[in-house]
Design a protein around this ligand. Sequence first.
Ligand code: HPA
Length: 243
Amino acid sequence: MSVGIIGGTGLTALDGLEIHHREVVSTPFGEPSAPLIHGTFRGREVTFLARHGEGHSVPPHQVNYRANIWALRQAGVERVIAVAAVGGISDAYAPRRLAIPDQIIDYTHSRASTFYEQEQGQVAHIDFTYPYDAGVRAWLLEAARDAGIDAIDGGTYGATQGPRLETAAEIRRLAQDGCDLVGMTGMPEAALAREAELPYAHCAVVANWAAGLGGGEELSMDEIRDHLAYGMEAVRTIITRLP
Ligand code: HPA
């Protein structure tokens, strides 16, 4: 079972991946963020893609989500794990925690968010009631349990436009809407994976309390980096434990 891993901030490469080849891909929707890195990780076939590019130069609103998902699909991956940094809103979603969310509210705009444009001559309305694949979620949670990592099962991911962080009032609104965590890259990535019929789930690493929470101080980039490094180590452990 070959798995695609989309790495976000804090995971631009996968240490321990035995690289077989790098593939520069082009798609009908343009170029993905980076070459695909094909290899094996603990005996499992893995294709890794750095969402923000190998030099972390592509901001969230300019990621070519369509090309990224298309490239993974074309490469024949059967499941996708999307790793991303998030801000925590609900109490349980504290910095350094991992979460496997089960719902999304999309606040992004002006992003190319479907493969089904008018030029394709086809209108499609995918079912998105449950935006993440139950099988991939269960798989991640089992690996986490196995590794002794207490990942949160569930939560609503609020996808914001970025690249700036949110205001305190925006986070209050997200909390009222029922969001538990907030990030900038979860959409349209998840919807495109569903359109491409790629089973997809999200492994979120809480890097900070969202704006105005956790004492209400301004967000410190050094602290975010620290929490993220800690959380991404746990993500690597989970990936090594995938059953
Ligand atoms: N907001 C949005 N995206 C993020 C955050 C945040 O607080 N932290 C990490 N990614």
